[in-house]
Design a protein around this ligand. Structure first.
Ligand code: ZN
Length: 251
């Protein structure tokens, strides 16, 4: 499928309002866009030099990531762009637009943990990036730990700050380390908060207010949301092969 055709598929799962809001193309769009016949897509949460090498070795035409190669990546940013040009590989990323989608990283995580969605939280402009959910029956912190470990595929960390069984949880996949979001979960009577990044002040805040803090990794609380996106693309571009370029857990 031609790059331009594929671009239409890439944006077809999202609301016009959010695509317009982020139309400056820093949150979704291309790097090294070129007119190719795309046969193989490789997916990874981040774009790194290792991912690009893996893509080249696997004859990938386009790398689909969650994160852009942000300007503040300094040398990493420039080296990746140079390699994409050298290998003639197209890069497409979808960050906050995907984060807001029901099938995106947070939506997939909520579903994967067996939570029922109550309402969204963690708002930027008109768009939400977190979900407050509830378990049908309250479960132990240990059971959540087991479920999140399985979901992420690596050991996760838990800060236990209350002894209650857990019914209501605030979930923000990836980077949800700020106190404001944590507080919103607390004010919404959450027994626990699940995210992929931490700050010492957020851990201290959770301790002060008595809310459990459960930490996966940024990458693997998000990866399944990217996979869900890739599956939708595959359904709409059946001749395209999609492979994983995801690197192992390192955080
Ligand atoms: Zn992220």
């Amino acid at each position: 499928m031609k790059t331009d055709e594929l671009e239409k598929v890439f944006v077809s799962f999202f609301k016009k309002e959010i695509l317009l809001f982020f139309k400056d193309q820093t949150q979704y769009g291309f790097n090294n866009k070129r007119d190719l016949d795309i046969k193989k897509i490789g997916i990874s949460v981040d774009l790194t030099l290792d991912v690009i090498e893996k893509a080249k070795n696997n004859h990938v035409d386009l790398i689909l990531t969650h994160h852009n190669i942000w300007d503040d990546y300094y040398e990493w940013h420039d080296l990746c762009l140079e390699k994409l040009v050298e290998y003639q590989i197209v890069h497409y990323f979808n960050h906050l637009v995907l984060d807001n989608a029901p099938f995106g990283p947070t939506g997939s995580l909520v579903k994967g943990l067996g939570l029922k969605q109550l309402y969204p939280f963690c708002k930027l402009s008109d768009f939400y990036f977190g979900i407050i959910g509830e378990f049908k029956e309250a479960i132990s912190l240990n059971e959540i730990q087991v479920r999140l470990t399985k979901y992420c595929g690596h050991e996760i960390r838990v800060w236990q700050n209350n002894n209650r069984l857990i019914k209501r949880v605030g979930v923000v996949s990836g980077s949800g380390a700020d106190i404001e979001t944590l507080r919103e979960a607390y004010l919404n009577q959450c027994d626990a908060y699940i995210t992929g990044e931490k700050k010492s002040k957020s851990l201290l805040y959770a301790k002060q207010v008595g809310m459990n803090f459960i930490l996966g990794s940024h990458t693997f609380t998000e990866y399944n949301g990217l996979k869900a996106y890739a599956n939708l693309i595959k359904e709409n571009a059946k001749d395209i092969e999609i492979i994983s370029l995801q690197e192992n857990h390192f955080e």
